[in-house]
Design a protein around this ligand. Sequence first.
Ligand SMILES: C[S@@+](CC[C@H](N)C(=O)[O-])C[C@H]1O[C@@H](n2cnc3c(N)ncnc32)[C@H](O)[C@@H]1O
Length: 353
Amino acid sequence: MKVLFRQPFPNLKINSSRMLRNQSHKPVMLEQAIKYLNPKNGHNFLDMTFGAGGHTERILQENNSAVVYCLDRDPTAYSIAQKFSLQYPNRVVSLKGKFSDLPTLLKKFDCKMNSFDGILFDFGASSMQFDTASRGFAISKNGPLDMRMDPEENILTAADILAKADQTDLYKIFKIYGEEKHSKKIANAIIESRYLFRPLKTTYDLCELVKNVCDNEKRFDMLHRLAHPATKIFQALRIFVNNELNEINHGIILANHYLKIGGIMVTIAFHSLEDTIVKRHIQGNVNENVANVLPLKYKTSPIHMNSSNDFLNVINDNCWHQVNKHVVTPTIDEVEENPRSRSARLRAAIKIK
Ligand SMILES: C[S@@+](CC[C@H](N)C(=O)[O-])C[C@H]1O[C@@H](n2cnc3c(N)ncnc32)[C@H](O)[C@@H]1O
């Protein structure tokens, strides 16, 4: 029989009753993240993706005087962070905004360059966002096609983009941010639906359209469970609506600015688009503050023409030292307990200059 997919967890047996119990929020790769952050009394941390506060809570509990600055662009997450600040007096600072808003938000607290001992990023959307139908993130729940992480922000929703973008732009969004092989056909069908006066308003409208275009093609996720054919289209729209990749690029630059020399950055990424940006920064493969799409080592630059191994010469203006040689992935037990962790990849890097 032809193997059509790669099974990354061959020994994993999904225990369906445990899975059903675990639909509420569970912080991903908590033990590993805490091991690298190593919170101690008197340390200052920045949780760039507070969410439901799973990682922050553990940092606070590991000692009795570390302070955590908690950032999130989502108003629900922000209100949870505000509750944390009452529960842990003088130890939690709640900040509402995007990674790119950080300098403005921190000014008020007189946080300067080299202020933090550890910075954590746990990218993507939260369980709360996925589990709330009205936010429009989930394929499995019918709701308006919104997908803004901050519904108060004046930006286009997923429905706006599906109603306004032209065929070429829709194709690029699906291809680049979703790596969807049927991007062209799906973009065409969306344009056609406009002429048929069937605007796509809800998550189920979009799911139905993609399912029809893909002719009910069977797809599987990393755990060999049946995946909806619209999964990648939802991912692509979410990334585009929230400008996620540019935000990550910006966030890593800011993390480098605000970390102390010797401080640690921990990132948890859920797909290669996110992880590649982090990796390029850690490797020093950034040019004019943009993580390069192509690794610089494959570019022949006049600067390196005189060295003996031109081709493999990396521009080594590197401010990071990656602690773990390879990405760290969740244990089989964690994936069994929390299937949402299945694609997580953790990196830890120390700021060296
Ligand atoms: C995966 S969740 C974090 C979960 C959290 N670590 C926990 O244990 O509860 C990611 C969170 O990051 C937030 N987020 C994503 N991109 C952001 C950005 N550019 N700026 C601020 N918050 C962002 C989302 O709103 C979401 O709440």
